[in-house]
Every structure is written in structure tokens, then in C-alpha cells.
Design a protein around this ligand. Structure first.
Ligand code: FES
Length: 79
């Protein structure tokens, strides 16, 4: 019988990936997740953390470009 080496979670799953839902904003994907388009083709990724658009208004979809921060009609934005 061979001994099984002790493996921790990182050995089994690789570096951790987290996805954070930003209120009224994008999904922040941190870690080595592979991003695929609807055809299964890998999307370019140049950073450890990427923001994925949830509002559908980004000019660089699927990535967030900050457009979600703009409000129509000049509402009561403090910015
Ligand atoms: S979530 Fe930021 S542009 Fe859509």
C-alpha cells in the first residue's frame, strides 16, 4: 500500500477564485478563472481581477467600463 501525501485545498483545487457581486455594479472575478465567450472561446484576460458587466450597457462587454455608474436624467448623483 502506498502512502497518500497530505494535500491541502490549494493542491486539490488550485489557486482560489472568488466572485464578488458589487451592488448595482459588476461581478469582480479574482483569481485564475478562465473566461469563455458563448462559443467557448477563451476571452483575453490581462489582470488577476476582472470586472464583468451585469448592466448590459458596457462598451467593452463582457467587461465593465464603468457605464453602470451613469444615471439617466441627471438625478441626484453626488458626483
Ligand atoms: S456593470 Fe459596469 S458597465 Fe455594466
Amino acid at each position: 500500500m502506498t502512502a497518500t501525501p497530505d494535500l491541502d485545498r490549494a493542491d486539490l483545487l488550485g489557486p482560489e477564485v472568488t466572485i464578488t457581486v458589487c451592488p448595482d455594479g459588476p461581478l469582480l472575478v479574482r483569481g485564475p478563472a478562465e473566461l469563455l465567450d458563448g462559443d467557448g472561446v477563451a476571452l483575453p484576460r490581462h489582470r488577476n481581477t476582472v470586472a464583468l458587466c451585469r448592466c448590459g450597457r458596457s462598451g467593452i462587454a463582457p467587461y465593465c467600463d464603468g457605464t453602470h455608474k451613469k444615471r439617466r436624467g441627471g438625478g441626484s448623483s453626488a458626483a
